[in-house]
Design a protein around this ligand. Structure first.
Ligand SMILES: Nc1ncnc2c1ncn2[C@@H]1O[C@H](COP(=O)(O)OP(=O)(O)O)[C@@H](O)[C@H]1O
Ligand SMILES: [Mg+2]
Length: 351
């Protein structure tokens, strides 16, 4: 899994029949080299949906994945039936039936000699869905023993929520920005692509005028399910340019918090607890901000999950569901017309 934060590649091993989780194995994050990250971000900022012009970058991405997947398998002495491969999201515009994840699935299968289930968002979008989020079905599996209603909040490049009702029905969608706005703001000023431990935001003052204005964005009145492109709120970085690094970080962090709270307010009832996963749970300023509005908040790691590996585990889970012909997205999670199987199979070709 590589998310919209463009921070690195997440690898995880999972044993599953696509319904139950039999075992969760090792996981690892491979941080992107700055040069590689720059190439990916430049491609995102191009804002061109074309898939075909990117054959070379798609091969490069497959080469990168293959190298690290082979090392991961070797180092952990794993036997692997299939790879669930997300690819690098560079364009997400489901209203125009477009979502583009770069990464040559066939090349990855050939290089590793392992079956690949890839292009996991395409069937959903073709069937009228948002193509995102796909993680709710995996959150449901993780929540098997938890008291309902409960909710998971993934704070990646964008933030998305999964609400699991007492009868196990799901409601899901993106809530607004996650780390990406904060990352890009701090990178502009310092060259470092994250506000490590939320330190800059903690030293700044929130600009209430900007915050009130941004929260009027029509996205926040749309009902679930809904999804976002990484750059949806990017223009706010330019508005922030009159602020100091610290005040901008504080304002963007609070914007992220308030957007999440608006999402929570849209749920049919408040969950017993909010389980936080993704990189955002390492940012204490963001977490403390959320806690001001929602008290019963835990990090997924606090209750026995590997909060940084959940989305990579999901890719394996989706692959298993593909082989079992089980749907992975639903009208209430992505707005898809009918429950839909995620992914396409790529078999290794031995030449
Ligand atoms: N110690 C930390 N302090 C602040 N932010 C952090 C920290 N560790 C990780 N992050 C944030 O988490 C992001 C990565 O989160 P991740 O869940 O991998 O997102 P994605 O799925 O979009 O790749 C980083 O870009 C960074 O913003
Ligand atoms: Mg990541």
């Amino acid at each position: 899994m590589t998310g919209t934060s463009c921070d690195g590649l997440d690898l995880a091993y999972i044993e599953t029949n696509g319904t139950d989780i039999m075992a969760m194995g090792p996981s690892q994050i491979i941080p992107f080299e700055p040069k590689y990250r720059k190439i990916l971000l430049e491609r995102i900022l191009l804002r061109v949906p074309s898939h075909f012009a990117d054959a070379e970058l798609s091969k490069t991405i497959a080469n990168f994945h293959s190298h690290h997947i082979k090392n991961f398998i070797h180092q952990n002495q794993l036997t692997v039936d299939a790879i669930g491969f997300h690819g690098q999201a560079v364009w997400h515009d489901p209203t125009n039936e477009l979502t583009v994840q770069l990464g040559d699935c066939q090349h990855l299968a050939n290089l590793t000699g392992i079956k690949v289930v890839g292009q996991v968002r395409q069937n959903d979008v073709k069937n009228g869905g948002q193509g995102a989020p796909l993680v709710p079905i995996y959150h449901l599996a993780l929540a098997a023993k938890l008291k309902k209603p409960t909710a998971f909040l993934n704070i990646g490049g964008v933030s998305n929520i999964t609400f699991i009702n007492a009868d196990e029905t799901l409601i899901a969608g993106d809530t607004g920005p996650g780390n990406a706005l904060i990352d890009d703001w701090v990178e502009r000023h310092t060259g470092i692509p994250q506000d490590t431990d939320g330190r800059y935001a903690a030293q700044g003052t929130i600009n209430q005028k900007f915050l009130d204005k941004w929260l009027q964005h029509p996205f926040f009145t749309e009902t679930f399910p809904k999804s976002l492109d990484r750059l949806k709120f990017h223009h706010m970085l330019d508005e922030c340019s009159v602020l100091t690094l610290e005040d901008g970080a504080a304002t963007l962090t609070e914007f992220t918090v308030k957007a999440i709270i608006k999402g929570l307010d849209m749920l049919p009832e408040q969950p017993n607890q909010l389980i936080i996963c993704g990189g955002g749970c390492h940012n204490p300023t963001l977490m403390n901000g959320l806690r001001q509005y929602f008290k019963n908040l835990v990090s997924a790691s606090d209750i026995g999950f590997d909060s940084d590996a959940i989305e990579a585990q999901l890719m394996g889970y989706l692959a298993a569901r593909f082989f079992e012909k089980l749907p992975s997205s639903f009208p209430t999670t992505t707005g898809v017309k009918s429950p839909t199987i995620a992914g396409e199979l790529f078999l290794p070709e031995f030449i």
